[in-house]
Write a protein of this length. Structure first.
Ligand code: NAI
Length: 705
């Protein structure tokens, strides 16, 4: 199976990992922390060991393997560099995006190096760390690529300045693996023997965590937030229970060189370590060089966005028709002009635009104003708005259309020409202004609610078109005192609801730092949260050739309606994927209207179909027996014998299999339909392979999917 060099440069992620304080404490215990470093182990005033970062994004490593088609029997973590931009908070979500940056060839029998680089942001939007990981793939060399450039770390010619001794427990891998790396090599004696070790070995990253603690204790005691960079190369495996020493040389202000040795033999287990430390300067988000269009910026929320963006360096197009609250009248230049003057008085740059968003010509002119004045558009906040509230019977077409024209069509009219400019330059941020009235409903606002929810549909589709051009589109449902809300909020309440309580979130979504696209946020009155469309797991009813009955739907309504275990989809295809994989699973055991139990098996169907998908031309010289042990209700044992270019599949156990694959019935079906990649199944422990692991690599070659 050859390396897939085409994966070079292709985006990996976003990979999202939710974590709580318990995950960070579990990691700390896994790398040897205890009562003497209670700051890592006790939820009060908890701090996170910075090396938690790489354990938390372990899935990125899996993606490098899957995307590159690495021969999983020969992969090792080669080198690791971590650059810290902000301390890791004790809970939240981590959002990781990255790519494979290099494939290096050490030679046919020497292996390949695969380098992946990723950036991880916290759900607060802060960039936390950059990881540069080098995977050593022992069995994938000889593809004709260049060798990796030599990296040297020069160790001072003197005894180390500091030595920290530690004694990882013989059971250390059993704790460490609970942080994500559940690879058999660190737990299963038989597997370890097959891989050439006398027993399971320590995770290299566990020893790395011990070293990180030692470096913090020695150089920035009690202040993990001062770790700036941690680099190393993994050189030799270590057996659990072996004492270690971290040797540290201080080389310059804020920098040390380090390595970890086996304290019994002196063998170097982690080498070429670099540790940089010091205060992390607070990062100020700026918009210098960026051009922002804000529609409806002559008052209310739009004015505040314009002023705040200008204060941070953006050049602004202040668009406002200057019309009445209900959109009536021809408007006036005064609203936009006033805000332009305010920005100029602050030392900023701005131009006015008086066009209405409600026509395509108006939208085109607004974007043209930006391009003529400042040469480009980087940010668009679709904010202009009017209200014409009426109960539905009284909602005549004029009021319906006027509101849809400003909010929904207005966003289309301006976003389209702006998107063209952004696509050409490969950068853009678009904000849709939605509303709780659309997200949740509000009496007397059928026109407004429809328009505001329409904007979510526009965002959902456009985010997919913008993805490859780095155009991110998000939506905000604000709550603020303005002309639109003056008669729906009590006057004393209005005083406390300033647009300034909304604008920080909007500015974040407009910034280069924004890692998300397609998200909806409520913002106002110091309260920020995310809203989403969530789909429940539901039920798969009826059968392939017989639709469910009306009575059957009623009997299963609780299950169909439940949102428990619901999930968010990034796009329609993901949802269809789930529907298709639900169809390939056994149908729900259900109480039908006539009280009958129905079930359909499909694992056995996969084995029945196996000989038909056999590729004879790939089987020359292959002589192998695969044994499948499928657990679960629909499971069982099947063996597949490949010999003399034929394939025979039988239920039951073979007495001399070369390679045994163990997996649950549901994971097996996902594996077969391609929704669970084999590498992921293996590294996550869902698929266990015993016997000649190399033979399992043949399966992909021998069978059509
Ligand atoms: P606002 O009335 O103070 O500002 C809206 C601005 O849009 C006005 O200056 C108006 O002249 C301008 N505008 C209206 N039609 C226009 C057109 N065709 N072309 C160009 N400009 C036009 O209202 P506010 O509250 O600042 O609203 C801003 C956005 O936030 C609106 O989309 C509104 O629906 C939305 N929103 C506001 C909430 C709030 O609590 N204030 C709640 C939920 C949503």
């Amino acid at each position: 199976m050859a390396l897939n060099l085409e994966a070079l440069g292709k985006k990996i992620g976003p990979i999202i990992k939710d974590y709580t304080w318990k995950d960070t404490v579990l990691y700390a215990l896994g790398v040897g922390a205890g009562f003497s470093e209670l700051e890592y182990c006790y939820e009060k005033n908890l701090k996170v060991i910075p090396s938690f970062s790489i354990a938390a994004i372990f899935e990125f490593l899996t993606h490098i393997g899957i995307n590159s088609n690495l021969n999983l029997a020969g992969i090792l973590h080669g080198e690791q560099e971590l650059i810290f931009h902000n301390p890791i908070p004790p809970e939240g979500s981590l959002i990781t995006e990255g790519k494979i940056t290099h494939y290096y060839d050490k030679g046919k029998d020497k292996g390949a190096l695969v380098v992946g680089e990723s950036d991880t942001y916290h759900s607060t939007g802060k960039k936390l760390f950059t990881s540069i990981i080098t995977v050593f793939s022992r069995l994938d060399g000889g593809f004709g690529g260049e060798n990796a450039p030599k990296k040297e770390v020069v160790f001072p010619d003197r005894e180390p300045d500091l030595v920290v001794s530690a004694s990882p427990s013989p059971d250390q891998p059993l704790i460490y693996r609970l942080s994500g790396d559940i690879f058999d090599l660190h737990v299963n004696s038989e597997f370890a023997k097959m891989a050439g070790f006398k027993m399971p070995i320590m995770h290299g990253l566990c020893t790395h965590g011990f070293a990180c603690r030692a470096l913090i204790q020695s150089l920035v005691p009690g202040a993990p937030e001062k770790v700036r960079r941690l680099v190393c190369r993994f050189t030799k495996p270590l057996y659990p229970g072996t004492p270690i020493k971290t040797l540290i040389w201080k080389t310059e202000e804020g920098k040390a060189i380090w390595r970890v040795v086996n304290a019994e033999t002196g063998a170097v287990t982690i080498d070429n370590g670099i540790f940089e430390y010091g205060d992390i300067p607070e990062e100020k988000i700026r918009f210098d060089g960026r051009v922002a269009i804000i529609t409806g910026a002559g008052a209310g929320l739009g004015r505040t966005y314009a002023l705040e963006l200008a204060k941070r360096g953006a050049r602004i197009v202040v668009n406002d028709l200057g019309g009445a609250r209900d959109g009536a009248g021809s408007g006036s230049a005064a609203a936009a002009d006033k805000v332009v003057d305010e920005i100029k008085a602050l030392g900023g740059e701005a131009v006015a635009s008086y066009d209405s968003v409600s026509t395509p010509e108006g939208g085109g002119n607004i974007v043209k104003t930006a391009v003529d004045a400042f040469g480009t558009v980087d940010i668009l906040i679709n904010n202009a708005g009017i209200l014409r509230d009426k109960s539905f019977i009284k909602m005549e077409p004029e009021s319906w259309n006027a509101v849809l024209d400003v909010h929904l069509n207005g966003a289309y009219n301006v976003s389209r020409p702006a998107f063209t400019v952004m696509k050409d330059k490969g950068y853009g941020r678009i904000i849709m202004t939605t509303s709780a009235a659309g997200l949740y409903g509000n009496f007397g606002q059928t026109n407004y609610s429809s328009a505001k929810m329409g904007l979510i549909g526009l965002m959902n589709a456009l985010k997919l078109e913008g993805e490859k051009y780095n155009i991110k589109i998000n939506a905000v449902a604000p709550v603020a005192a303005s002309r639109l809300t003056e008669d729906v909020m009590p006057p004393d309440f209005l005083e406390k609801v300033k647009p300034e309580f909304v604008s920080p979130l909007v500015l974040f979504l407009c910034s280069e730092k924004c890692p998300v696209s397609g998200n909806i946020y409520n913002a106002g009155m110091s309260c920020f949260n995310r809203a989403a469309v969530v789909t429940g797991p539901g039920a798969t009813l009826g059968s392939q050739d017989k639709p469910e009955t009306l009575e059957g739907i009623i009997a299963n309504l609780d299950k169909i309606s439940s949102l428990k275990g619901g999930k968010e989809y990034g796009q329609l295809n993901d949802q269809i994927g789930d529907v298709l994989s639900a169809l390939s699973k056994p149908l729900d055991s259900k109480v039908s209207a006539i009280g009958k139990q129905e079930k359909t098996a499909s694992v056995s169907a996969v084995f029945e179909a196996m000989p038909a998908s056999f590729i004879k031309s790939s089987a020359a010289g292959v002589d192998v027996v695969f044994q499948y042990n499928i657990s679960g209700d629909k499971g069982g044992d099947w063996c597949c014998v490949i010999k003399d270019e034929t394939c025979t599949v039988k239920a039951g156990k073979h007495d001399k299999p070369n390679c045994t694959l163990k997996i649950s019935d549901s994971d097996f079906l996902l594996l077969m339909d391609g929704s669970l990649p084999a590498m992921q199944a293996y590294t996550s422990g869902k698929l266990k392979i015993e016997g000649d692991i190399m033979k399992s690599q043949l399966i992909e070659k021998l069978f059509k999917r």
